[in-house]
Design a protein around this ligand. Sequence first.
Ligand SMILES: *[C@@H]1O[C@H](CO)[C@@H](O)[C@H](O)[C@H]1NC(C)=O
Ligand SMILES: *[C@@H]1O[C@H](CO)[C@@H](O)[C@H](O)[C@H]1NC(C)=O
Ligand SMILES: *[C@@H]1O[C@H](CO)[C@@H](O)[C@H](O)[C@H]1NC(C)=O
Ligand SMILES: [Zn+2]
Length: 501
Amino acid sequence: MLFRSLSIAIASGALVHSAAAVKAKNFIYVVPDGYGVPSQVFARDFYSITNGQGTVARPDTAALGVDSIVIGTVKTQASDNLVTDSAASGTAFACGIPTYNGAIAVNDDGEPVASILEAAHLDGFKTGLVVTSRITHATPAVYAAHVLDRDSENEIAGHQVGYNHPWGSVVDILIGGGRQHYLPSSEGGSRTDSVNLVNWAIEKGFTYAADKPDFLDVQENGTLPLPFLGLFANSHMDYEIDRNIEEQPSLLETTKASIETLVKATSDSEKGYFIMIEASRIDHAGHSNDITSHLHETLMYNEVMLYLKEFVEAHPDTQLLSAADHECGGLTTPDGYDPTVLARGQHSGEYLAKVISSYEGDDLAGLLRDTILPAVGLQGYTESDIQNWASASVSDAGSSILAKFAAEAGVNWSTGGHTSADIMLYGYVHGQENLNYMRDNIGGFRDNSELPGYVAKVLGLSLEDATAKLRSNGTSFVQKRHLLREIKKRANSIARAHSHE
Ligand SMILES: *[C@@H]1O[C@H](CO)[C@@H](O)[C@H](O)[C@H]1NC(C)=O
Ligand SMILES: *[C@@H]1O[C@H](CO)[C@@H](O)[C@H](O)[C@H]1NC(C)=O
Ligand SMILES: *[C@@H]1O[C@H](CO)[C@@H](O)[C@H](O)[C@H]1NC(C)=O
Ligand SMILES: [Zn+2]
């Protein structure tokens, strides 16, 4: 049923939930973390030209994925910095407030603020978080955890799965990496409280999958049993370009299974679902100035969005919005750049660094010459470059090789951190009238903290009510409040450093 009745809106106790405002049953929100306009331009040009549409000298580039659903632009500042991190921006996008860098769904005073996912759960919706980073990373964390510091990932895991969230479990589907934060140190994890959250979740009724065979095994007709916990790596999931497709599902696969599952679980219900899907590692490739990984993560994001656009086209009761949390890397594509050079890239810098680190032979120069440089796709180097790389640290050699490859493609990175560049807002819903409503109410130039208000409006939810409820039994579940000032200072110095992986 597309529109919920007025009687239900009144029964829920708040007249602000007027039936006229309820526009959709379901909401899909997608975050391409660290993705900027040049990320899209580069991916679009690469895809077009390598698929025979135009050439570098005679460009005739076709629209790619999200290009067809641009509805606005968004500014992304933290409350204490012109340049935001994923925690502050995620909190703005999830909870509707500006806050400090490092904050996970808490305000500037460290008070918890409810997310749109929590508001949806409270109102009887099904919910999901599907990412390719650790599930405890900042973007997925802000939807179901309330901690002062994004680095408290063990604590985030406990909130997210419901072990010490004041409402218990609020997420029906959790998919990503980050298994270490669910397991005690005695079992190879990083938890110091000796709690095994995977076992706890299984006891609470979650179905657990640790790899792709598990993930496929538990499915029936392409849907997952609920609640579902999929932790496919100890840390981040592999970059798309490195992924062993036998071991880890792609973001497209986890997205499809999650959407089908939520559709089935809510088909007989008036209440629908809210899901946040994150193409997490566009950002990581930006931090590493790794153009090959950045390209392939961006292509996967477009593939996922194309699938979702077609899904929404066939499901008029569902709305789709997507915006990055911030740009990362300051990528530019000056005159003379050539995306086709990237066709030579076979692996991420991260993967190749592991190959070098685990090499036990005595001919590192040979390994670089015969294995590493061909996998990077780098062609212009000298014998003396190889000797320098062989004697440098893996991380220095890696940065230097990736920088040389970026130069070969003619692109420039300006930082290993985030930038203040505005980001694109994409949105889609079936039907011209619905689309006009979306454009009128969230299109144009926006602040990142405006987005969840729109989601709440179309689903008939109240973020304010959810926040009041979240605080109603005290806020001591947000720990370390006396350290707030210190945490704020540290978060900004970390955000300014090269990377926060
Ligand atoms: C799976 O699909 C088949 C054929 O459409 C149907 O008969 C069966 O009931 C489905 N099973 C479940 C668990 O939905
Ligand atoms: C951009 O990259 C090119 C190719 O590596 C380099 O020559 C140029 O100096 C770079 N520009 C800036 C401003 O760093
Ligand atoms: C507050 O705590 C009491 C006692 O644990 C519980 O019964 C009640 O449901 C809680 N209320 C909220 C809003 O969490
Ligand atoms: Zn980042």
